[in-house]
Design a protein around this ligand. Structure first.
Ligand SMILES: [Zn+2]
Length: 242
């Protein structure tokens, strides 16, 4: 069930096994891909995963903002401070728990959110004395072989499959100048750059020229299978003994 399209009357009768909160960011994705890339992908993977899941799941409305100040020098980027983000996610999760939804999976599409989301997931779980359980599925971490980059091959492939009209394919050749797949500027193991424009002139890491819609289908399928398996595992957790 998609919470944003449901009535309170119907939601009140539902006893979901798991509730999903998609989270992303609104940040530049090079000249060819939309600012919404991270939250659109998180939301799409969540929707595909619940189709494969045997139990009952609710998808809550997506949080479109995240911790992405590093993109601030590119127009259109909107970010939350880490404190505001943690508080916002905590309030949403506590509302879920008040509704009686005790098994929660955050589906995350943005690397900058990872630390805050794992902190909040642990805090809420501990504060409930294990009567609730929250975990975070950052979709591009589900496989160790996935080369993520930023607006590069992986994200552009997914967009070409899911939202082809939002991709400016004619601008992808312009996006070829930064093929370095490292996120940042490291010297002697230390990060030397805090803003993306310091290490990527066009905001891209990786090569979107390698992106294909077919690869997008494969990436979507693999990520949604992993998430659906996680839904099954989380729904099987016994919280009643705590
Ligand atoms: Zn992204």
């Amino acid at each position: 069930m998609n919470l944003s399209q449901a009535t309170s009357y119907d939601v009140g009768k539902l006893k979901p096994d798991v509730v999903i909160l998609p989270v992303g960011s609104t940040e530049q994705h090079g000249p060819h891909a939309p600012l919404s890339t991270d939250f659109l992908i998180a939301e799409s993977i969540a929707s595909h995963a619940i189709e494969k899941f045997q139990g009952t799941a609710i998808i809550a409305p997506t949080v479109p903002y995240g911790i992405s100040e590093e993109h601030r020098n590119f127009p259109g980027t909107i970010w939350l401070s880490p404190d505001t983000f943690r508080n916002c996610i905590s309030d949403i999760l506590n509302s879920f728990i008040h509704n009686g939804w005790k098994k929660i999976i955050i589906v995350n599409g943005h690397g900058g959110n990872i630390d805050a989301l794992s902190e909040v997931s642990a805090n809420i779980t501990r504060a409930s004395n294990q009567t609730a359980f929250v975990t975070t599925f950052t979709w591009f971490k589900h496989s160790p072989n996935l080369l993520m980059g930023h607006a590069g091959e992986t994200e552009t492939s997914l967009l070409l499959h899911l939202f082809p009209l939002l991709v400016h394919s004619d601008r992808i050749p312009l996006s070829s100048s930064n093929k370095d797949s490292r996120w940042g500027d490291f010297q002697h193991g230390a990060q030397m750059a805090y803003d993306v424009d310091e290490f990527s002139e066009n905001g891209i890491v990786g090569d979107p020229n390698l992106a294909t819609s077919d690869n997008g289908i494969k990436l979507l399928n693999e990520a949604s299978i992993s998430l659906s398996n996680l839904l099954t595992s989380v729904s099987a957790i016994d919280l009643s003994s705590n």
